[in-house]
Design a protein around this ligand. Structure first.
Ligand SMILES: Cc1cc2nc3c(=O)[nH]c(=O)nc-3n(C[C@H](O)[C@H](O)[C@H](O)COP(=O)(O)OP(=O)(O)OC[C@H]3O[C@@H](n4cnc5c(N)ncnc54)[C@H](O)[C@@H]3O)c2cc1C
Ligand code: SF4
Length: 338
């Protein structure tokens, strides 16, 4: 429950962002470190509301009040165990999730909600720093084999659970690197790829095998997979984008986020020297939602910014939208110095 009166004593706080002019010169993550005591204070705002809607608001069913309490009481090792009980990759969700838990937080009815997402990422970051996150190889092997198609977060989570259950798991990925949209969709400054690579190392050490550059259905048939493995998990994501058939869509220089972001990530990886859609000197403009992620790489690649999304607002009824907008705005730095 945290501190019984914590929510009356402390306001919601989130980490500060690095200054925009500095952020625009690198690809590192946006936020400054928050500090252990600040995290404990935020966790103490969780108020033992009795019916924690955050728990059902979280698509993973994260046991949020439990780990808020453990962090407040400085029991970080227990906190990561509670967090890992429902979430294979808190370092991904703690950075990327739009946090519907916070929109569901009971304290948010008349105050700012608990800073759940930040507490989540602080727990797992500390766990990695303390070397508490180790490979968990299966105690015994079942003799069964499973093919997982796709190495995005869905495929990785399935592969990790199945490997730990003792099955022989091979994860097939058509791309040259693992991670799906975590690798080529999400910009580096929203989640640095080293966090993904660290998890992949853990998974390899547990026994999951990865095969890249293999397009299932092209390089290996579905029938062959079914024959070679006892079970097949399809976790191919949705690479196809939804088009926006409006006047001007076909003009030169109008790109889908997923046309722009993978090459941006490849520039950072060193695969490409130059971006195929050079932005220098151009007016970088974007809509709302996830496509806004395309704007920040464009700014870092030299575009001028123009924000077409509504400004974030604080009222609770706007919280979900505001959170998303604020979360996305943080990468932009084009307006208001967020
Ligand atoms: C631009 C953008 C920004 C986003 N930002 C966020 C965010 O900030 N926060 C958030 O929560 N969500 C965000 N999302 C959504 C999130 O990335 C997806 O919900 C998530 O990646 C889906 O995971 P997945 O594993 O199902 O699929 P994916 O991540 O798409 O992974 C599927 C993988 O399967 C592989 N594959 C497909 N078919 C085959 C085949 N036949 N053979 C072998 N491999 C195959 C693909 O190459 C891919 O690597 C964003 C999405 C986009 C497009
Ligand atoms: S940030 Fe997302 S994953 Fe984390 S507790 Fe909230 S809803 Fe669940």
């Amino acid at each position: 429950m945290g501190d019984r009166t914590g929510f009356m004593k402390h306001d919601r706080a989130v980490p500060e962002r690095r200054p925009v002019p500095v952020r625009l010169r690198d690809w590192r993550e946006v936020y400054k470190p928050f500090g252990i005591e600040a995290v404990r204070t935020q966790a103490s705002r969780c108020m033992d509301c009795g019916i924690p809607f955050c728990n059902s608001g979280c698509p993973l069913g994260n046991l949020i009040p439990d780990w808020n309490d453990l962090v407040y009481r400085d029991h970080w090792r227990d906190a990561i165990e509670r967090l890992h009980a429902t979430n294979n990759f808190p370092e991904f969700t703690g950075r990327l999730c739009p946090a519907p838990c916070e929109a569901a937080c009971v304290l948010g009815i008349n105050e700012d909600p608990v800073t759940i997402k930040q507490v989540e990422v602080e727990i797992i970051d500390r766990a990695w720093e303390e070397d508490w996150v180790r490979p968990i190889p299966a105690a015994e092997h079942t003799g069964h084999s499973v093919a997982v198609v796709g190495s995005g977060p869905a495929g990785l989570a399935a592969a990790q659970q199945l490997t730990r259950a003792g099955h022989e798991v091979v994860c097939f990925e058509r791309d040259d690197r693992l991670g799906g949209l975590l690798r080529y969709g999400i910009p580096e400054f929203k989640m640095e790829k080293r966090f993904l690579d660290r998890r992949l190392d853990q998974m390899s050490a547990e026994g999951t095998r990865f095969v890249t550059g293999t397009d299932v259905g092209v390089d290996i048939s579905a029938g062959a997979l079914v024959e070679q493995f006892d079970a097949v998990v399809l976790a191919g994501g949705a690479t196809a984008w939804r088009d926006l058939p409006i006047p001007g869509r076909d003009l030169q220089g109008i790109h889908q986020a997923m046309e722009f972001l993978p090459p941006s990530n490849r520039v950072i990886e060193g695969d490409l020297l130059n971006h195929p859609f050079p932005a220098t000197g151009k007016d970088g403009s974007h809509g709302s939602g996830r496509s806004r992620h395309g704007a920040a790489p464009a700014l870092r690649l030299g575009a001028a910014g123009r924000d077409h999304a509504p400004p974030p607002r604080r009222a609770r009824r706007q919280h979900s939208l505001a959170h998303l907008a604020a979360d996305d705005a943080h990468v932009l730095g084009a307006r208001g110095g967020r």
